[in-house]
Write a protein that binds this ligand. Structure first.
Ligand SMILES: [Zn+2]
Length: 402
C-alpha cells in the first residue's frame, strides 16, 4: 500500500495553514490521525479538522487555551488583506440572503471584506466563515455559506507557509459517538447531455437539499462530521467518458461534489471508458475517485471460484488508481453484487466504505460496506428522480427529504 503520509501530503481537502500542519505532526501525524476528509470547519472560532482516524481542534481567540499561532479566527481578515479587498462597511447586499436567521450570522461573525472574485468564486469573507455566490445565470445568483477551510484547500505552497510562526499546542478531542444519518446517494451511469442533469441538481437544491461530498457523508456516518440539513450525494459508476463532457461541467458550475467509481484500464476495450489520464483529470477537477474493480467483476462467484482473481480486482484496482490519483478510499460493487465474504475482502483491502445498489437513504456503521443508493438516470425529469428518492426512503421506513 502507498505510504499514508505521502498520500496525506498529496491529497487535496486539507486546511493547509502551516501551524495547523505542525499541530498534526505534534499529535503523531497521519499515523495517528489518518488523512484529512473535510475542509477546516469553524465552530465558534475553533477550527475543527476531521481526519479518517480522528478530529483535531485548534482553539481560537475566545478559548482559554494558550496558542502560539496566529489566531485562526482572524484568518478571514488576514486573507482579505492579502487579497487587497478592503473591509466593507455597507450592506451585505446579495450576501445577506444566506442569513436565514441571525444565529448563522453570529456564527460567521462580522464582515471582514467586500465581495471579491477569487479563483472562480464570488466570495465574501466574514471573520469566522465565508459566503460564496453560486452563479447559475446572469440574473440568478445563489449565495451559499462556506467555510474558510474551503479557501485553504487550494492555497499554494507559498500561501501555506505565510504567517506560520511558532509551535501549535492543540487539543485532540475524542470522536463523537457514531450516528445514523439519512442522505440519498444518487447513482448515475451514462449521460447524454448536461441539460436534464443540471435541471435535476438545481431542482433538488431549490427544494432545499444540500449536496455534500461522499467523504463528508462517510465522516458523518463514522461520527466525525456533521451534515447540513437534507444532504444528498452524487455518484457516477463505470467511468464512462461521457461523464466528463456531460456531467463534470455541470458539477463544477453548480459546485456539487461527486464521486466517480471507475474501472482502471477498462478503456482497453475501446467502448468509451476513461483512461487513467482521464481519471487523473477528473480527480484534478475535484471529483472523488473510487474503485469499481478492473474488469467490472461479479465478485461473489469470482470469490468462490478464484479467490486470487477476486482479491486482484479489489486490491490491484486501487493500487493501479493510486499510482496516478491520491486517496482512492471507496469501492462500488460491480452489478451491485456482494456477500459477507466480498464485504470482508473490501474492508481488508483498507477501503473505508463501499456502495451497493440496494435502494435506501439510511446510513449507519453497520452498513458502511453496503451503503444504500438511489439509482437514477441523467436524462430523467426531476419528478422521476424525486419519485426514486421517495421510494428509497420508504424502503428504509424513513421520511423522504424531498
Ligand atoms: Zn458498474
Amino acid at each position: 500500500m502507498p505510504d499514508r503520509r505521502s498520500r496525506w501530503r498529496e491529497v487535496s481537502g486539507i486546511p493547509v495553514e502551516a501551524p495547523f500542519l505542525r499541530a498534526v505532526e505534534a499529535v503523531g501525524g497521519p499515523a495517528v490521525l489518518g488523512y484529512p476528509i473535510t475542509p477546516g470547519l469553524f465552530a465558534g472560532d475553533a477550527l475543527h479538522q476531521y481526519f479518517n482516524h480522528g478530529r483535531l481542534d485548534a482553539p481560537g481567540r475566545s478559548s482559554a487555551h494558550q496558542v502560539g499561532v496566529p489566531r485562526l479566527a482572524d484568518l478571514g481578515k488576514a486573507m482579505a488583506r492579502a487579497l487587497q479587498a478592503p473591509p466593507a462597511a455597507g450592506s451585505d447586499g446579495p450576501f445577506a440572503d444566506p442569513w436565514i436567521d441571525e444565529s448563522r450570522r453570529d456564527r460567521a461573525g462580522p464582515p471582514a471584506s467586500a465581495p471579491f472574485d477569487w479563483r472562480g468564486w464570488r466570495i465574501r469573507l466574514y471573520e469566522r466563515d465565508l459566503v460564496r455566490m453560486l452563479d447559475r445565470s446572469p440574473v440568478d445568483a445563489r449565495p451559499t455559506p462556506g467555510h474558510l477551510g474551503d479557501l485553504f484547500v487550494t492555497l499554494d505552497d507559498t500561501e501555506r507557509t505565510r504567517g506560520a510562526e511558532g509551535p501549535a499546542p492543540v487539543q485532540r478531542l475524542t470522536a463523537d459517538p457514531p450516528s445514523e444519518v439519512q442522505a440519498p446517494i444518487l447513482t448515475y451511469h451514462r449521460i447524454a447531455g448536461p441539460t436534464a442533469f443540471q435541471a435535476q441538481l438545481e431542482g433538488l437544491m431549490d427544494a432545499g437539499l444540500s449536496p455534500v461530498s461522499f467523504e463528508h457523508l462517510v465522516a458523518a456516518i463514522e461520527g466525525w462530521a456533521e451534515l447540513p440539513d437534507r444532504p444528498f450525494v452524487v455518484s457516477f459508476d463505470d467511468g464512462w467518458l461521457d461523464q466528463i463532457d456531460g456531467a463534470l461541467p455541470v458539477l463544477q458550475d453548480l459546485r456539487v461534489p461527486a464521486v466517480f467509481f471507475v474501472l482502471p484500464g477498462f478503456d482497453r476495450h475501446g467502448q468509451g471508458h476513461m483512461t487513467l489520464a482521464d481519471i487523473q483529470s477528473v480527480r484534478a477537477a475535484g471529483v472523488t475517485v473510487g474503485s469499481h474493480t478492473i474488469n467490472h467483476a461479479n465478485l461473489p462467484p469470482l470469490y468462490r471460484t478464484n479467490l486470487g482473481a477476486a482479491q486482484a480486482e479489489v486490491v490491484e484496482s486501487r493500487l493501479w488508481l493510486e499510482a496516478d490519483v491520491a486517496g482512492v478510499d471507496y469501492f462500488a460493487y460491480p452489478l451491485g453484487r456482494f456477500d459477507p465474504d466480498v464485504k470482508a475482502l473490501v474492508a481488508a483491502a483498507e477501503y473505508r466504505a463501499a456502495v451497493s445498489t440496494v435502494p435506501g437513504i439510511l446510513h449507519n456503521l453497520e452498513r458502511l460496506f453496503e451503503l444504500r443508493r438511489v439509482g437514477v438516470e441523467a436524462w430523467w425529469p426531476l419528478a422521476d428522480v424525486v419519485q426514486k428518492i421517495r421510494q428509497a426512503a420508504a424502503a428504509d421506513g424513513v421520511p423522504s427529504p424531498v
